[in-house]
Structures are given as C-alpha cells and as structure tokens.
Design a protein around this ligand. Structure first.
Ligand code: B12
Length: 317
C-alpha cells in the first residue's frame, strides 16, 4: 500500500516559482503524462504537496540534461534522484536548486540559444543546422519552441533591428528554422496523437511575420495535430474559404504588426463565421496584446504564449 499523501500546500504559481517551470508547462505535463496529479480545492484550483514539487524539480533537472521525461512517468522519486546522481552525475541536492536547474549557467536551453546565436552571427550554416537538429531531436516540441527557438528568433530579430546582423543573416536563420522543421516532419505530423484533428494556421491580412505560427505549428504537431499552414498575408475572406474547405478542429491566427482593432475584429469575426461546429479559433501575436476583449467579442480566444495556445487547443485549463 502506498504511503499516505502529504498535506497539499502549494498553488501552481508557487510551484512554478519553486521549480522554474512555467504554469503552462506544469499543466501540459499533467495532461500529457499525468505528472503530477495534484489535489483540487472545492473551487477546482490545483494544490501540490512537497512530493509533487520534488518530482517536478527532478524531472526538470533530468529534462535539462536531455532525458525524455515521457519515459519517466512511472518512476518513483527515489529512482529519479538515483538517475540524476548516478547516471547524470549531478548530485541531486546541488543540481536542483530553488529556481530549478535552468537557472544554472550550463543548462541546455540557454546553452543551445547561445550556440545558435553564435552560429547565426558567424554564418556557420553547418553549426546552425546541427544546433537546430539537436534542439528538435532532444527536446519535446513545447520546450524546444518556448525555451530555445522563440528566444533564439527574438534575439536574432533584435540584433537585426539594431543592425548587428545583416538582412542575409536574419534570412539564413528563418530558412534554417523552416528547413529543420520540415526535415523533421514536425510541422505536419498526421493526425493520430492526442490532438488528432486538423489545425489550420494563418497570418492576418498583410502580416508577413510567419515565425510565431511556425513555432505554434511545431507545438501542435507534437500533440498529434495535422497542421496546415496557409502562410503570410491572408485576407479574411481567403481564410474563411480555406476553413470551409479544410474542415479544421482548430484555427490559429497571428497578428504581429499592428493592424488596428477594426481589422483584427473583422478578420477574427470572418474566420469565426466559417468555423465548423465545435472548432476553436485561437488568436495570438504581439499586436493583439491590447485587443483581447475585441478578439473575444469577435469569437476568438486570445493567447499570449505558445503554451497557452496549446492549453486552449486541447480545452484543458
Ligand atoms: C523578423 C521581423 C520581420 C521579418 C519577418 C520574417 C518572417 N519570415 O517572419 C520581415 C522582414 C518580413 C518584417 C517585416 C516588417 N516588419 Co517586422 N519584425 C521582425 C522582428 C525583428 C522579429 C519578429 C519575429 O519573427 N520574432 C520571433 C517570433 C517567434 O516571435 P513573435 O512573432 O513575437 O511570436 C511569438 C508570440 O507572439 C507567439 N505567437 C505569435 N503568433 C501566434 C499565434 C498563436 C495562435 C499563438 C498561440 C501564439 C502566437 O509565438 C511566438 C513565440 O513566443 C520584429 C521585432 C522583434 N524584435 O520582435 C519586427 C517587428 C514585428 N516588425 C515590425 C514592422 C513595423 C515591420 C514592417 C512594417 C517594416 C519594418 N519596419 O521592418 C514590415 C511589415 C511587414 C508586414 N506587413 O507584416 C514592427 C511591428 C511594430 C508594430 N507596432 O506594429 C516590429 C515589432 C519591429 C519594430 N520594433 O518596429 N519583419
């Protein structure tokens, strides 16, 4: 018989603080792997005990050392500690500090970002491809997208804006990321996983910023969605026509360059009007940051991050 469960103590934000994992990722692990399975208050809020926090800290440390945590779903805490100490030579007490191991200078995600930025700046194409390959092979899609590719692309974008990287460097990076995603088939894994439906993704009318949706496609593909990219600069009527033809369970729109509230509202409402019954319409991108009310009013679900998009895609919260 298992030992009695310790008294639940922490809310999800405190657990996020203690483990260095985002609340979105903690919920995603629970949904995907049942890890951990916290108590709920009468109001439905998650409450985690010390064992849950310890398990999440250990899993984060192992994941940061390149271990696929899907393989550790059933492992007891003692086994996770042993793995970390013996197989990965960490010494669990030291390796898993209050903020979690990604705060360590040697953690893989920041190291990969640094490696990729260096490759971009020096036009080292082979190293760029190798770094992207390592990211996509070693890390679960949400982690690869949120912790490596998004910060990498944001850094490259900032450098390009400040003229620290030529246009050619920015294009090289965009094409390398696109190429790596296609090569690994991560932008369009056929339906069959937990998502098991079709997702149609499009940039708003006149918007040429493709990378946010490319990453969202990676994340959705990892969950089994059959991802169809309509690409950049899509007029509202065209998006609606494609939705009717493709019959998706999920539509994702991105607005990065400011289009104005009217255009966002009109595009979202037109897409919402074409949605099949039960399908969801998620809307993201920096240009909707102050337009969440307008997006909701037009029938869309505003999303601030890729993790939130994934949560909304599956209906979990
Ligand atoms: C690269 C870039 C471009 C490239 C895009 C290349 C490509 N293939 O995508 C090109 C050269 C085409 C371009 C053009 C322009 N750009 Co530009 N661009 C950028 C830059 C430097 C980086 C954007 C980027 O790719 N970031 C990386 C991605 C991964 O992050 P993201 O887009 O923020 O998306 C994240 C989230 O928002 C989320 N997300 C996004 N969409 C969605 C959707 C869903 C459903 C979900 C769940 C999540 C989600 O996921 C991502 C990961 O976190 C930004 C400045 C910056 N540093 O961010 C300017 C920027 C976005 N551009 C800007 C502008 C003005 C333009 C131009 C008008 C001309 C110009 N001055 O350069 C044209 C406009 C073209 C058009 N009509 O769209 C402005 C927009 C400002 C504004 N207030 O509107 C910015 C902010 C620069 C600036 N500081 O002025 N640009």
């Amino acid at each position: 018989m298992s030992a009695p469960r310790a008294r639940p103590l922490y809310g999800i934000h405190e657990v996020a603080e203690r483990t260095g994992l985002s609340p979105e990722l903690i919920r995603a692990w629970e949904r995907r792997y049942g890890l951990p399975s916290p108590e709920r208050t009468a109001g439905g809020f998650r409450r985690y005990d010390d064992d849950d926090v310890e398990r999440l800290r250990l899993l984060r440390a192992l994941r940061d050392r390149g271990v696929r945590i899907a393989e550790l779903t059933m492992a007891p805490i003692a086994e996770l500690r042993r793995l970390l100490d013996v197989e990965y030579g960490a010494g669990s007490a030291g390796a898993v500090g209050e903020r979690g191991p990604s705060a360590e200078p040697g953690a893989p995600a920041p190291r990969l970002v640094e490696r990729l930025v260096r490759a971009a700046v020096t036009f080292d194409v082979a190293e760029l491809r190798a770094g992207l390959g390592a990211t996509l092979v070693l890390m679960p899609p949400l982690v690869a997208a949120e912790e490596v590719l998004a910060p990498f692309l944001a850094t490259v974008g900032d450098m390009w804006e400040r003229r620290q990287l030529p246009v050619a460097g920015e294009h090289l990076v965009t094409e390398a990321v696109r190429g790596a995603l296609h090569a690994l088939g991560r932008t369009g894994i056929p339906a069959g996983g937990p998502g098991a439906g079709r997702a149609v993704l499009a940039c708003g009318p006149g918007d040429q910023h493709a990378l946010g949706l490319l990453l969202f496609g990676l994340v959705l593909g990892g969950e089994g969605w059959d991802v169809v990219h309509l690409g950049v600069g899509m007029p509202a009527g065209e998006i609606a026509g494609a939705i009717r033809a493709l019959d998706p369970g999920l539509v994702g729109l991105s607005f990065v360059v400011e289009a104005g509230e009217d255009e966002v509202r009109r595009t979202v409402a037109t897409a919402a009007g074409a949605l099949p019954e039960g399908a969801r319409l998620l809307v993201g991108g920096r240009a909707i940051a102050s337009l969440h009310g307008a997006v909701r009013g037009a029938g869309g679900v505003p999303c601030s991050t890729l993790g939130e998009g994934l949560e909304r895609a599956t209906g979990a919260g």
